[in-house]
Write a protein that binds this ligand. Structure first.
Ligand code: ZN
Length: 256
């Protein structure tokens, strides 16, 4: 058993900056702003040891410069001209070993939300940025529906107890959409109830387990008849492949 401790630090409007701590060393994922990270480190007497970035958007890397001004640490991230502060460019299948951390970090290329998007699998925690959300997925802001579908399929094949550490608190609004897609899915109703209670207590709805996503996230359920029929009814198209269902769902959600 590792002593890895994972905490979701709230930032900006609805972002989570994930912190991974072992001993007094702390790695943060997607620091969109520095202040909440600095406060977190100080309140727990931790040292920033490295930064992991999933993609280019400002709400994921906006705090990096200020953090580096406090302490020079390696910044791991994709190859992108829009991410000049990355010091260690990593790509699909790279394994990152960080001293003092028992488990290596496995890099997965998950293009779709953006072209360069990476996810990090660290022991049983998946830091997936804006690719997979609680009951939803990222919008297409640079990549294609085909890419995002393939990326989500890849994440869906990870072990069911994988903890999905996404970068936004979108679960409740995603569940509202999921219920319209699959009104008869009883797992959805249960998840909505649980998520409402968490939010009413001021707690995050994340991480979820991948198993929970497989049971309730319509974007991972494009092969199910009910999801296909709902997407066909909404789009007015005959959707013959799970990929076509996915693309129709994504468009539908964009206007939901
Ligand atoms: Zn994004």
């Amino acid at each position: 058993m590792s002593d890895m401790e994972i905490v979701a630090v709230s930032a900006l409007r609805d972002n989570y900056i994930w912190s991974v701590t072992e001993g007094t060393r702390c790695v943060v994922v997607d620091p969109g702003e520095a202040a909440p990270v600095l406060h977190f480190l100080q309140s727990r007497a931790l040292h920033l040891y490295a930064i992991l970035l999933t993609h280019r958007h400002a709400d994921h890397q906006g705090g990096v410069a200020d953090l580096l001004a406090h302490q020079k640490v390696p910044v791991f991230g994709p190859t992108s001209s829009a991410m000049p502060l990355v010091t260690h460019r990593v790509a699909d299948d790279t394994s990152i070993r960080l001293e003092g951390f028992e488990h290596p970090v496995q890099v997965l290329a998950v293009p779709g939300h953006t072209e360069e998007h990476l996810a990090y699998l660290w022991a049983d925690h998946l830091f997936c940025g804006d690719t997979l959300f609680g009951a939803g997925c990222g919008r297409l802001l640079g990549g294609t529906a085909e890419q995002l579908f393939a990326s989500l399929q890849r994440l869906a094949a990870l072990p069911a107890d994988t903890q999905v550490c996404c970068a936004h608190e979108y679960t409740l609004s995603n569940l509202a959409f999921a219920q319209v897609v699959e009104p008869a899915n009883t797992a959805l109703a249960a998840r909505l109830e649980k998520s409402r209670q968490l939010r009413n207590s001021g707690l995050p709805t994340v991480p979820s387990s991948l198993g929970e996503e497989l049971a309730t996230n319509p974007f991972l359920r494009c092969s199910f008849q009910a999801v296909r029929e709902a997407a066909q009814a909404s789009s007015g198209l005959l959707l013959e492949t799970p990929q076509a269902v996915f693309a129709a769902l994504r468009t539908w959600k964009d206007h939901f």
